[in-house]
Design a protein around this ligand. Structure first.
Ligand SMILES: O=C(O)CCC(=O)C(=O)O
Length: 362
């Protein structure tokens, strides 16, 4: 069990990183534990002196929390506070009683996106019943002999933009093999910068291993399955990128971002096929702030969405993020499908503005 001192240290550390909401919580818990231990303390003078110091610390931090909240709002990349101040007079201000607005179906500003990301990470669903009531599950073969006898269970998570989950795309033993084989190649993940380079960032705290289709039989098999299910060319180099395995520890996350990249049309990522290689006991959802929903990692299941439409226009509604892992760890494998790889296989046709390339069929 954590002692009062442990709790106090964690609280102080949180405060020093501007995580003021949790900082206050831990400092308060330290004080409560201190009081709980009062009967074991021999010298009441020393006890009172320490207690008063801790109480003063807590008050100071609460005051600091309120000042930051007033000046900067509840969250940025660099700080977090509660939505309302501790001070009762401040808490009466109108701005602390506004109903949280939700922006869906279009790209809002990044602060709104972050707010919605946090709400989805807490397990909320931001959509209205009119939208959710049209969703459905069905078995799909996509006309492929591979799935004729054992069709895949597909659940539509969003119709527009189109996002689906597919169950049991890899078996538990294949998932375990993929985790084992990639573990030794893991390196700290990076993100792509505006200048085309890449760098480590607090926005993405995970480790990554790049794997070739030829590295393991299960990888070339998975490519074949992706092609059959999604009806795309997923062959490495021409049709898709190498596989990227990602491992998140406790607290590991990836804030809101999009998968399409600014390096021309041909090698841009028209679709993302992401497979969960493990269950995550708590946290770690993949969430779509502008769609208003998220998916809980389930071993063997895949998530498929289209980052661009058929004419190559990016769809910014497909921004997404990986929520912090709260318990256990998280393993996923990404296959990003290239726009250029589909040019010779997709029929041209009259397209509606939002048309995706191909959707799995029953
Ligand atoms: O881990 C996830 O749930 C999402 C991963 C992701 O967005 C990415 O690797 O680009």
């Amino acid at each position: 069990m954590l002692t009062a001192l442990d709790l106090h240290r964690i609280g102080s550390e949180a405060v020093s990183h501007n995580v003021l909401n949790s900082g206050v919580d831990f400092l308060r818990a330290a004080l409560d534990r201190w009081d709980g231990n009062a009967s074991f303390v021999k010298s009441s003078d020393t006890f009172d002196r320490h207690r008063n110091l801790r109480q003063t610390d807590l008050r100071k931090v609460e005051k600091f929390h309120d000042q930051i909240l007033e000046r900067k709002g509840p969250r940025s990349t660099f700080h977090s506070t509660y939505e309302r101040p501790f001070n009762k007079t401040l808490a009466r201000k109108k701005k602390y009683h506004k109903k949280d607005e939700v922006v869906l179906g279009e790209l809002g500003n990044s602060i709104q996106g972050q707010k919605q990301y946090y709400r989805l990470c807490r397990g909320e669903d931001l959509r209205v019943i009119d939208v959710t009531s049209r969703l459905y599950c069905r078995y799909v073969t996509n006309g492929s002999p591979l799935y004729k006898i054992g069709p895949l269970r597909m659940e539509v998570q969003s119709l527009d933009p189109y996002v689906v989950t597919l169950e049991e795309v890899v078996t538990p033993s294949e998932a375990a093999d993929l985790v084992d084989a990639s573990a030794r190649y893991l390196m700290r993940s990076s993100t792509i910068r505006a200048n085309g380079g890449s760098a480590e960032s607090f926005m993405r705290t995970s480790s990554t291993a790049w794997m070739l289709d030829s590295d393991l039989p299960v990888l070339s098999e998975l490519t074949h399955r992706i092609e059959q299910i999604a009806g795309v060319n997923a062959q490495q180099n021409r049709g898709a990128e190498m596989y990227q395995v990602v491992n998140y520890g406790v607290g590991g996350h990836y804030t809101v971002h999009h998968d399409y990249i600014d390096k021309g049309l041909i090698n841009n990522r028209i679709a993302t096929f992401l497979v969960y290689l493990k269950d995550v006991p708590q946290g770690g959802r993949t969430v779509f702030p502008w769609v208003g929903t998220g998916v809980r990692p389930k071993r063997g299941s895949a998530l498929l969405w289209y980052n661009m439409n058929r004419v190559g226009m990016p769809d910014s509604r497909l921004q997404h993020g990986a929520c912090p892992v709260l318990l256990g760890d998280k393993w996923v494998i990404n296959k990003w499908i290239f726009y250029g790889g589909q040019l010779h296989t997709l029929p041209c046709g009259p397209e509606k503005k939002g048309d995706t390339i191909r959707q799995p069929q029953a």
